[in-house]
Design a protein around this ligand. Structure first.
Ligand code: FAD
Length: 401
């Protein structure tokens, strides 16, 4: 149950639930088995207006809010985690950064691609720069009229299927002086020098490739640099601000998987009989179900509050603290809820005949990707204390400005 939705939000949620039930759910097991990117689902999402729904109307989108996107994401996640993640990346993260910071030409390019079914890839993580993202070494050197990128990223969701890439890199001017971290828009196939070199053999979420990308003399015109309003000196902070929307999206996927698993477990408790009675009559299992339901409702409430919030200074993106808390709680509770749902199914939960084992593999990612649970705790504690908490040995704890 969602709290405080307007009529049009509820209508949207119902439309998403119908699409999820009728079209997306029947394909979910096969997507997991084949590990093929679900282009059919992408077409169905685009037709329903769920690809690029947060893109402003003047660019052809529906101008929907992050909360509205979250309603669609939850319904998809209940039945197919992969499809829900596509909705996240087609409405939050890289696409919202481009919509808010991009030039008119950049916004038009991105809108056209996403509305036609492209799920953008956001490229931050490197083999030696995971939680410590600002240790990235991918560089963009200024050349006449543009930049040349060299470096490597890994665990990039959609590598090999996404066309639009937002690549974070250290920017150097023509004299070789570092300017800060910037985001570059690159297009697979059109821009030579952007190569996928490896697909990760993942535990779950198998229908979206996670890949390693190499940028080998990737030449981009100057107008492919996404310039945040504070300039490159504040580039990383402002680009990561846009990422708060993606955090809400990722948390919503986790919560949606937990909600779907809870529905399956509830049905099973009613149907499965042992000792001559439905197992739902055993109080120990009722209390497990009560805790699962409570966690899902709490996570949803936090995520919706974060989705509706604005960051400091009238930022268009969700408040960083609320987004971090919501993603942390939603992801950790979802792992626990899905694990309990599997337990309630007994051996049937361990079988690939039912969706629960797939959900258990899929949901495990969400305490890792998009800021680990540990890194989010550091962020939340820093906010509570009003301190900057540098993690390097030489860093000093100081008051946040
Ligand atoms: C399925 C999936 C999809 C992803 N998609 C993308 C994507 O599209 N784009 C992208 O750029 N990246 C993506 N990532 C990468 C993800 O953002 C990183 O995995 C994450 O930031 C953590 O980095 P790491 O894996 O290198 O772990 P590490 O940083 O090496 O961390 C290892 C462990 O140490 C802990 N740790 C590290 N530093 C600290 C600290 N200071 N205090 C306490 N604990 C700490 C971590 O929490 C973790 O438990 C994806 C990852 C996964 C699994």
């Amino acid at each position: 149950m969602s709290i405080g939705l307007s009529d049009s939000e509820e209508q949207l949620r119902r439309a998403a639930a119908a699409l999820a039930r009728e079209t997306i759910a029947p394909r979910a097991a096969e997507i997991d088995r084949s590990e093929d990117y679900p282009w059919d689902n992408v077409r169905a999402l685009a037709q329903a207006g769920f690809m690029g729904m947060t893109i402003p109307r003047e660019l052809g989108g529906a101008g929907r809010s992050f909360l509205e996107a979250a309603l669609v994401i939850e319904e998809m996640a209940k039945v197919c985690t992969v499809t829900a993640r596509i909705v996240v990346e087609a409405n939050m993260g890289a696409i919202s950064a481009i919509m808010h910071y991009g030039t008119e030409a950049q916004r038009r390019l991105a809108a056209e691609l996403v509305l036609a079914g492209d799920k953008p890839a956001i490229c931050i993580t490197e083999p030696e720069a995971g939680s410590d993202a600002t240790a990235m070494t991918t560089r963009a050197d200024a050349r006449a009229g543009g930049y040349v990128l060299n470096g490597r990223k890994h665990w990039i969701t959609g590598a090999g299927v996404s066309r639009l890439h937002l690549i974070f890199a250290r920017v150097f001017d023509a004299a070789g002086t570092e300017q800060g971290i910037g985001g570059f828009i690159a297009l697979r196939d059109a821009d030579a020098g952007l190569k996928m070199v490896r697909r990760e053999p993942t535990m779950g979420l198998r229908g979206i490739p996670e890949g390693e990308l190499e940028f080998d003399g990737l030449e981009l015109d100057a107008d492919r640099l996404l310039m945040p309003p504070g300039g490159l000196g504040r580039g990383f902070a402002e680009l990561m601000n846009a990422y708060n929307s993606q955090r809400v999206g990722a948390g919503t996927v986790a919560m949606g998987v937990a909600a779907g698993a809870t529905e399956l477990a509830t049905d099973y408790l009613r149907r499965r009989e042992q000792f001559g009675r439905p197992i739902g009559e055993f109080q120990g299992l009722q209390w497990m179900l009560a805790d699962m339901t409570t966690k899902v409702t709490a996570a949803r409430t936090m995520l919706h509050a974060a989705a509706r919030s604005h960051g400091p200074g009238g930022s268009a993106f969700p408040d960083p603290g609320l987004a971090a808390q919501a993603k942390l709680f939603a992801s950790e509770s979802a792992v626990a809820v899905v694990n309990d749902a599997l337990q309630l199914h007994g051996a049937a939960g361990y079988s690939r005949d039912l969706p629960i084992e797939r959900m258990a593999r899929d949901v495990r990612m969400f305490t890792i990707g998009g800021g680990t649970a540990q890194v989010l705790r550091t962020l939340i504690a820093g906010q509570a204390l009003g301190w900057k908490l540098p993690q390097r040995r030489e860093g000093r704890v100081r008051e946040a400005s």
